[in-house]
Design a protein around this ligand. Structure first.
Ligand code: GDP
Length: 197
């Protein structure tokens, strides 16, 4: 499925402008700089379609990309700029909350966490939101090449232990490096299955 051509489909700043949900969707969320654009590029092997667009102060948007006519990959706005204003945070919350809790066809949210830094309060906020709305999600540890392999395993274990969530909602932690390609094929395999059911 990840061999299909990736095309820009739509962008939404407010929930009223979400495009019609015609395909199954897999969404990607995480703090700014977590490696989200790099991961989308690596998964699809297509560079230049998804760009890092959410800079501090910019209006945050949800971007929708189609993979052929099979699957829609959804880039949720990054969060966690130290100096983001309250209004920016509120707008992010309204937009993302609406998306994860009401979107028809949303099969899974991949929550990206930087392996070196681990989970932060805003990540937990998003998790709480997804648990309240019973949205299936999965933690993806990024940039695994930046720490020793043992520390990657430790981080994964620590996160698994901390997620007390309902096991039917939270899926096993995955580990990837867009730089070395480690774990990318495994993630493709898992997500391709998600897209089919
Ligand atoms: P985004 O803001 O979440 O979309 O993050 P980007 O994909 O733009 O990446 C943020 C920074 O992290 C960039 O400087 C990337 O080159 C770097 N980066 C992304 N993925 C990796 C990775 O797997 N390993 C390493 N070492 N750096 C990465």
């Amino acid at each position: 499925i990840f061999r299909n051509k990736l095309t820009y489909f739509a962008a939404a700043k407010v929930s009223s402008s979400f495009p019609p949900a015609e395909l199954p969707e897999i969404a990607f969320a995480g703090r700014s700089n977590v490696g989200k654009s790099s991961l989308l590029n690596s998964l699809t092997r297509q560079w230049g379609v998804v760009r890092t667009s959410d800079k501090p102060g910019h209006t945050q948007t949800i971007n929708f990309f189609n993979l052929g006519t099979k699957l829609c990959l959804v880039d949720l706005p990054g969060y966690g700029f130290a100096y983001a204003k309250e209004e920016v945070k509120d707008a992010w919350e309204d937009l993302v909350k609406e998306y994860v809790s009401t979107r028809v066809g949303l099969k899974r949210v991949c929550l990206l966490i930087d392996t070196k830094w681990g989970m932060k309060p805003r990540d937990h906020e998003l998790i709480n939101l997804m648990e309240r709305s019973q949205t299936k999600y999965q933690i993806v540890l990024t940039k695994t090449d930046t720490v020793f392999p043992l520390d990657v395993a430790r981080r994964a274990m620590q996160i698994e232990e901390n997620l007390t969530a309902n096991k039917s909602i939270v899926q096993p932690v995955m580990m990837v490096s867009s730089k070395t390609g480690a774990g990318i094929q495994s993630l493709r395999t898992v997500l391709a299955k998600v897209a089919r059911f």
